[in-house]
Design a protein around this ligand. Sequence first.
Ligand SMILES: [Zn+2]
Length: 307
Amino acid sequence: MATGPVAAVDIGGTKIAVGLVASDGTLLATTRRPTPADADGETVLKALLDGLDELAGHPQWAGARAVGIGSAGPVDTAEGTVSPVNIPGWRGFPVVRRVAGHLGGRLPVVLTGDGIAIAAAEHRFGAARPYDNALCMVVSTGVGGGLVLGGALHSGRTGNAGHIGHISVDLNGELCPCGARGCLERLASGPAIARHALALGWRPGGADDSAAAVAVAARAGDAAALAAYDRAGQALAAGIAATATLVELDAVVIGGGVAQAGELLFSPLRRHLSTYAALPFTHHLAVHQAHLGPDAGLIGAAAAAMG
Ligand SMILES: [Zn+2]
């Protein structure tokens, strides 16, 4: 079995990270560039290739056995193309073919959606390791996720399975940019928590009106701030319970900036889960905070390419 490192690329709306990941998940080297999100497609690609060229100077690059690319969605892993919502210059962009071509076709290139990449990272190296059936989520500016079913990543035909942020948990809720109504992301993301706290009367002490500032207020006993986290926990519980009921989950793993609030989020989440996950086969569902930090996307892109 191959044991060399895997080169990894994590494409997001604000940054493109490139790294070299050892087979035990250790990040050997990394470099980051701001995503030229408003530029044309070739300029965005150049930022990615510059990162790869920089990593090619690393002493362990020569042993690399694959390139794993994780990208903000939508992706089409069957076609090897990406169309990240926040990178308008890339619509159906053939990132797999272009990266493979840049490397002279010497390495296999594996494309994964960013939610599935997180699931790959947590399942291979993190909190989902003991489980064959897990939902791994990121709750931050958006809400994303990926599924492990029967011990394997479940990515779907085009690599977009696990988009839990865009299932409706509020039938007549507010419109979502995806076109649906009452999406989980509209209730549980960081911006949603901050918006809800403000609407309930929370007043930030300074200029910071982020979900992290709401968390500080909630810890000090602010009722509006507490209610905003409770609603986010309730929305997450509804989405998680629906998933557990459909596919029999063993565990859910939650990371991302909002999960940093810890029990402020997890405590209402567990409480509401006991209401929504009602059928007996969902009662044993374990809820964990993610083990991997901000590099989870990069490590997951590599993990998915490790096979
Ligand atoms: Zn949506």
